[in-house]
Design a protein around this ligand. Structure first.
Ligand SMILES: [Zn+2]
Length: 182
């Protein structure tokens, strides 16, 4: 499950990595330090300037991600519709990249598109990049995380106001971080 206690599970995971593979220390230090930046924050308006790129080898991504995350984020796969628990997520919070934790969407931009994938009408500024995808007969606009390049989904022009955009996102490529309520 991606939803509960991301902070704890992430720390546990990285702790394990520190012990088992010191060679990756630099990268995992970066990843760990990026997590608390947005935990509990109500809303992120913009990624600060342009996110600094993260580049890992294919083997490193395979080790870091689950099989499903790897297929979507690194091989531009598509998860089965209605398979993500994030479809029904209605709490306030932030949706971050499952590959590198960069905040991509605010919950305020999420809406029910009925497609079976978590959908948003806008992204956090500077958080994503796009390219044309020719996998189907009609070209689609692919978008990915601006920091790690992980594939997130496709954007269409049939979304609601005010943008008219539909960012159709694979749930497995996201981590939901609920807003702190206290
Ligand atoms: Zn990322």
């Amino acid at each position: 499950m991606l939803i509960p206690s991301i902070k704890l599970s992430t720390k546990k995971y990285f702790h394990h990595k520190y012990i088992t593979n010191m060679k990756r220390r630099t990268f995992f230090s970066i990843m760990l330090s990026s997590v608390p930046l947005f935990l509990g924050i109500k809303e992120v308006k913009s990624a600060e300037n342009k996110p600094q790129k993260i580049s890992l080898s294919d083997a490193q991504w395979k080790q870091k991600l689950t099989n499903e995350q790897y297929k979507v984020l690194r091989k531009e796969g598509t998860e089965k519709p209605f398979s993500s628990p994030l479809n029904d997520e209605k709490r306030k919070g932030i949706y971050a990249c499952a590959g590198c934790d960069l905040p991509l969407f605010n919950s305020t931009a999420k809406y029910n598109s009925g497609t079976g994938w978590p959908s948003f009408y806008e992204t956090i500024v500077n958080a994503i990049e796009t390219k044309k995808d020719f996998k189907l007969v009609i070209p689609r606009k692919e978008y990915h995380c601006a920091r790690c390049g992980g594939h997130q989904g496709h954007v269409f022009n049939d979304g609601p106001k005010p943008t008219g955009k539909r960012y159709c996102n694979n749930g497995v490529a996201l981590k939901f971080v609920p807003e702190k309520t206290n």
